[in-house]
Write a protein that binds this ligand. Structure first.
Ligand code: ZN
Ligand code: ZN
Ligand code: FE
Length: 741
């Protein structure tokens, strides 16, 4: 007989972990006990050496663990065996006053789906079915410890049947806090456009509305969606009502088979789609130019049903629904019933309401899988938040405020970064309020108070202002340094690296707009080694939408005539033409030059479309000449002028826009390779981190990764947080943890 003491940390509470251990112990004829603690679970186990080994192995085997459990560490130590122990017990929690982790919301599990559609089951077609392995968590929690009374299920007293399941360790609903049934739980109802409840089967009425081409507002886990059929006419109506002209819309497909009728799906993507987190996955369309009313590029965002309401909706002939968060443009998604009515009048033709409150807004996550099978986040939100991002440094009491447009924050505790869900654009007052509320909520849920804050260098970002108004010590970190540090922390790097940080815009240390940057340094600080030749933005921020002006500006800079006399006058006089070395703007301008398009309808659209254009000419290997010069301040600049002149000459000679778009991408890859080689020569640094929103671009990411690898660099990209501004908070946290302030 041997005995061990074991300690397990991670998401191991509220996910069926102790019953799992109980069953495992019985299977292996072990005695002992397990209990919840502040950091996870601990306990003791006694049995033969082989059985204990099998026990330890099972704790680390994802295939055996409960679906929702995430084990971060298992530690064991041998202790003397005891006599006369009888069986394996689940003890009451150790009250050590510390907090444990809260699970993200989890999509309806296969067991619950089976019951949902099993005619004799007592939860047959009950739209709130859930169990220990699935259901709402993060979006319904009001306080810790996590039990029903501290969730928005508090008002629903369990019926006898549910209570029995809840208390039975053999039951798959043992300690499932949101457990409920039609007799005791929330209810779903259908309301017409005026919000009047229409008696009868809510799902049947929703189906009837959808079949008529109507737009349905559906209350989900982290907010309302607008849903409609995916045909062109209906989708264009939705777009017109929502003022979302061209920005891609995601779809929810009934199952993989339905999704495969739209998109190509690799094995890893199928697993992600069907897995418990249920993000929107960006997939390649079967035909690049199919369904242009859903997305204007070769990809489509697809998710599978993740609540019982979705599962009921995506049935009976409905294979695919457009699903977009329900918000009048620029506002955050609505979460309350009356709020939905007030804000969606004129947009929605009917509503699926329910009476389980959403405590916290949480948008759908959006990601793609890279060639190596790794996740690449565009939005890390529902299904992932608030699961912490483990880091290699202590960051207790630090709060990273993030950027502004794609705001998110990260609260440090120990070596965990508790990353917020996707928050959105803080310039909207309601979003700013949501951001502030979530900071307070995170502090309370994770039992840590922010003591020192870190924000962007830009004084006008509302996240920076909020930091300064707090009265706490504040550290400001330059935007691109934070991006670089984020990618380093994402990959667990220490020391110094080369950072290739390309994005749309960020305030530089010289007060100018940066965004096509080559930096060196680490968490302590960064040095700007090179950048791109700035392009002047006629009309400033207005040029983000009026990309034709950026094209004109590039032509003007290259000494070529331009058509628009107004823009010409602005550029000649140099009035309201702030210079920007943002790589995103260069993409916008080049897209305008190649296609003649003057205006875009969402930020970054030019870059997205330029990539899609280039993707049609993947065999193009050519590139334009690359040259650098040193500017008056001693910054090494990529000279864009020869490239622009060559590009326009080729275009005027009738060359294919797709091939030229690809040649532009190839030129940037060659340029970055040359710049990195020169920096390595000067500094000896051979590790390169790639960060910034421009690296959402897969041609650039793939191309630069391969090229730098061939040159002997170690290349790193983001894996656990977004490469865009949503990932900034991780870098801010890393910098703050390594600096005194
Ligand atoms: Zn379930
Ligand atoms: Zn019940
Ligand atoms: Fe950025």
């Amino acid at each position: 007989m041997n005995r061990i003491r074991f300690f397990v940390t991670g998401i191991v509470q509220g996910v069926g972990f102790r019953p799992f251990l109980h069953r495992l112990a019985r299977e292996l004829a072990l005695t002992g006990f397990v209990r919840n603690t502040g950091r996870g679970v601990d306990g003791e186990a006694q049995g033969s050496g082989g059985a204990l080994l099998a026990f330890e192995r099972a704790l680390c085997d994802p295939a055996r663990l409960p679906q929702l459990a995430v084990v971060l560490s298992v530690r064991t130590e041998a202790i003397p065996p005891v006599r006369g122990e009888d069986g394996f017990a689940i003890l009451e929690s150790a009250q050590d006053g510390r907090q444990t982790l809260i699970s993200p919301d989890i999509g309806t599990c296969p067991d619950c789906l089976r019951e949902l559609f099993a005619p004799g089951d007592r939860r047959y077609r009950y739209p709130f079915i859930n169990c220990t392995n699935c259901g709402p968590r993060f979006t319904i929690v009001r306080a810790v410890p996590y039990d029903r009374a501290s969730t928005t299920m508090a008002g629903f007293a369990m019926c006898g049947d549910c209570a029995r399941e809840y208390g039975d360790i053999e039951d798959r609903r043992y300690h499932a806090q949101p457990d409920c049934c039609a007799a005791c739980g929330p209810r779903l109802w259908f309301a017409d456009a005026a919000g009047e409840e229409i008696p009868g089967d809510a799902i049947a009425q929703a189906h009837a509305l959808l079949a008529r081409g109507g737009i349905l507002a559906v209350k989900g886990l982290g907010g309302f969606h607008l849903a409609c059929m995916a045909d062109e006419e209906t989708v264009l109506r939705l777009r017109a009502r929502k003022h979302r002209e061209e920005k891609p819309l995601a779809v929810m497909c009934r199952d993989l088979a339905a999704a495969r009728r739209l998109c190509r799906i690799e094995q890893g993507e199928a697993e992600l789609l069907e897995g418990p987190r249920k993000p929107i996955v960006l997939l390649k369309k079967l035909k690049r130019d199919s369904h242009p009313w859903l997305s204007d590029n070769g990809e489509l965002g697809v998710m599978l049903p993740y609540t019982p309401v979705h599962a009921l909706l995506l049935a009976e002939g409905v294979d695919t629904l457009v699903m977009t968060s329900a918000n009048p443009s620029a506002l955050p998604a609505v979460i309350g019933n009356s709020e939905a009515l007030a804000q969606l009048t004129g947009i929605a033709d009917g509503y699926l309401f329910h009476n389980r409150d959403i405590e916290a807004r949480c948008d759908d996550s959006l990601l793609r899988l890279l060639d190596d099978g790794g996740a690449y986040y565009i939005r890390r939100s529902r299904g992932y938040a608030p699961q912490p991002v483990p880091v290699d440094f202590d960051c207790t009491g630090l709060l990273a405020m993030g950027a502004e447009q794609k705001a998110s924050f990260a609260l440090g505790k120990g070596k965990d970064a508790f990353y917020s869900q996707h928050i959105g654009d803080l310039k909207n007052a309601e979003t700013l309020l949501h951001y502030q509320q979530q900071i307070v909520r995170y502090e309370s849920l994770f039992g840590v108070k922010a003591e020192r804050l870190v924000c962007d260098l830009h004084p006008d970002y509302l996240s920076s202002r909020a930091a300064k108004e707090s009265g706490l010590p504040v550290l400001s970190v330059q935007h691109h340094h934070a991006h670089m540090a984020a990618c380093m922390a994402d990959n667990g790097l220490e020391g110094d690296c080369i950072g290739v940080v390309w994005d749309g815009t960020g305030l530089g240390t010289d007060g100018k707009i940066w965004g096509g940057e080559f930096l060196t340094g680490g968490y302590q600080g960064a040095r700007r080694m090179a950048s791109i030749r700035p392009v002047r933005l006629p009309g400033g921020d207005a040029a983000v939408e009026r990309i034709g002006r950026i094209g004109d500006s590039l032509r003007h800079d290259a000494g070529l005539p331009i058509g628009d006399p107004l823009v010409g006058a602005m550029l000649n006089k140099g009035i309201s033409c702030p210079p920007s070395s943002g790589m995103g703007r260069l993409f916008d301008g080049v897209y305008a030059l190649l296609t003649g398009r003057q205006v875009v309808t969402y930020e970054g659209q030019g870059a997205v479309l330029l990539e899609a254009l280039a993707a049609g000419a993947e065999d193009e290997r050519g590139s334009f000449d690359v040259s650098f010069y040193d500017d008056a301040e001693g910054v090494r600049r990529f000279d864009t002028r020869p490239m622009i002149r060559a590009l326009i000459a080729c275009r005027d000679a009738g060359e294919d826009a797709g091939r030229l778009a690809m040649r532009f991408h190839n030129t940037l890859i060659a340029m970055a390779a040359q710049a990195c080689a020169a920096i390595r020569e000067e500094t000896g640094l051979a590790r390169v981190v790639l960060s910034g929103g421009v690296f959402f671009n897969q041609i650039l990411l793939r191309g630069l990764y391969a090229r730098l690898g061939e040159m002997g660099f170690e290349v790193y990209h983001h894996r656990r947080v977004s490469t865009g501004d949503e990932g900034i908070a991780l870098g801010q946290l890393a910098v703050a943890a390594h600096r005194d302030f």
